[in-house]
Write a protein that binds this ligand. Structure first.
Ligand SMILES: CC(C)(COP(=O)(O)OP(=O)(O)OC[C@H]1O[C@@H](n2cnc3c(N)ncnc32)[C@H](O)[C@@H]1OP(=O)(O)O)[C@@H](O)C(=O)NCCC(=O)NCCS
Length: 144
């Protein structure tokens, strides 16, 4: 059974482990803990049959939503988990007054770009050399 719920302090070790397995510049447990404790940030985990499969998070920046993290562990992908997790997050964001939402994604990251397009995000610009390790441009996407 898939459960999407708010991230808690107890989850930060496991989500940072997933991050470190997936990203070249992963968030640490401390980074996630700061977000769990911040009153302007909303972070969620997806639990499949009791195991944390992924997480996502959004920050309220003066009424706009800045999505900072979206990840699903490799063995849990293509099961619709990211889609459900993000739909949940966007719905919750609406309830707390977040309007337009934005995110950056590596221009080569087709799986994520397709996911975001399915959720209604559109590419609105490119930020050159936004990423390190490896150097790459970011596509800036908005859902308005
Ligand atoms: C991007 C990511 C979060 C998608 O997670 P997921 O749970 O596998 O995604 P879902 O199963 O919910 O997929 C939803 C839709 O997104 C698109 N999608 C997801 N993975 C895809 C892939 N590998 N290729 C093409 N489209 C893909 C498809 O439209 C898919 O719908 P479909 O399966 O019906 O075709 C996951 O691949 C991931 O963690 N990648 C590494 C981390 C990352 O890049 N995060 C984003 C940083 S900006």
């Amino acid at each position: 059974m898939l459960l999407i719920r708010e991230m808690k302090a107890d989850d930060v070790e496991i989500v940072s482990k997933i991050e470190s397995e997936v990203f070249s510049m992963p968030w640490s447990a401390k980074d996630f803990l700061e977000m769990v404790e911040a009153d302007y940030a909303y972070y969620y985990v997806a639990e499949l049959d009791g195991e944390i499969a992924g997480c996502c998070g959004i920050r309220n920046i003066a009424g706009d939503g800045e999505i900072t993290n979206v990840v699903v562990a490799p063995s849990y992908r293509r099961k619709g988990i990211a889609l459900k997790m993000m739909e949940y997050m966007l719905e919750e964001a609406g309830k707390v007054g977040i309007g337009d939402c934005t995110l950056e994604v590596r221009v080569s990251n087709q799986p994520a770009i397709r996911l975001y397009e399915r959720l209604g995000f559109k590419g609105e610009g490119v930020r050159p050399h936004f990423y390190d390790k490896p150097d790459e441009d970011a596509l800036i996407m908005w859902k308005r």
